[in-house]
Design a binder for this molecule. Sequence first.
Ligand code: SF4
Length: 309
Amino acid sequence: MQFGTPDGVVRAVDGVDFDLRADETLALVGESGCGKSVTALALARLVAGPGLRTSGRVELDGHDMAALSEHELRSVRGGTIAYVFQDPASSLNPVKTVGSQIGEMVRLHRRVPDVQAEVVALMQMVGLPDPANRYRAFPHEFSGGMQQRVMIAMALASQPRVLVADEPTTALDVTIQAQIFDLLAALRRRLHMGILLITHNLGLVRANAERVCVMYAGQIVESGPTERLLSHPGHPYTKGLLASVPRVGRTGRMPGIEGQVPHPARLPTGCRFHPRCKWADDRCRLEAPDLDEADEGQSVRCHYWKQLT
Ligand code: SF4
């Protein structure tokens, strides 16, 4: 995906290739601005102008997304693929009851004999208490965690094959965060959905995703099974991310990754990570590395990953 801006053409996502299986959670991880959310929106052609897809292909449940008409896209968006975003309070309509908002999604995507009964069943499925009465409540009558459950019920109203959860618990405290992830895991198993989890939190990735893709400056720089990747990181950026996770008992200055994420309109030559990498040499500055297959399903975009492991 690229964007025309006053600073020049910005290639926000470039070199991103992954598959998501049914009943699996795949995490996209990286710092703000690395292209995670643009990738997620591009799956359903939701990136607004001036965003432009210049190449690549998205296949969703057998559909080539680029070949769908606007009419067909409308049934896929919120139907085959549904989204849950980070701030439920700003996504819900404050002047409509939660029941009517979930009901709208049911009507939009499915034909059911009794919409209200379906809404109550969805509210029950996501663990909203007393759904038969709370159906008529307004969003402000719910806590942040309960509002996110309403958003999940709306996303599930279409029985999606893919659920994109974009930082779904960032606005919530840790106890509620754990409850929401337990809920998503249970629903995933029950509905055989694939979940694409967008996050910058490696703790959430470890606890909730089977596979992970690490993004940097619009590219996937490392991917693989979560346990393998987190215990044997191959890319210097992944190593830096893991080294900067706070740990109980750690003393002294927290190690970080020196330098700044590059501006997408002024990406470095060669390896995009080279200005921040302590192992960079002339080859890194000139030659862009490919994503190489490593061991046990892991892939790494670095010329020297073998020497660095
Ligand atoms: Fe660092 Fe070079 Fe590997 Fe890039 S290719 S991550 S600069 S060692």
